[in-house]
Design a protein around this ligand. Sequence first.
Ligand SMILES: [Zn+2]
Length: 136
Amino acid sequence: MRICLVLLALAGLALADALPKTETLRGTLQVHGSGPATVITDDHRTIALDGDEPTSKVLADPRLNGFSIEARGHFTSAGRFLLDPSHLRSLMVRQDGKLKLVTYFCGVCNIRAYIPGPCACCQRETVLELRDPDEK
Ligand SMILES: [Zn+2]
């Protein structure tokens, strides 16, 4: 037990030491039925993606499978990347050569959300919309 505690303390120190320098990860998103989404980088590495709850929900959306993405965050190990919080717009999707925000729109209520699923108002399924980040 004591050894475990020492190891935990050491791990904590190591984490604090290597505090996140933000990097941009680019590659092709692969959404899986179970388990975290992965990115195949341009140099053919497979990186598992972690994020906060909204980010994890977006990363589980099969409609985004195969998109070229840019993710900001930092590596937590050689094969794992933790995205910055979603309100920092840490996940962008490339469409027609431009980086877009992932949004979900209900045309009935004119409500836009940033996580997939039913509309908060009418409960209808929202439509995936990739939006220019500068668009109001
Ligand atoms: Zn609605």
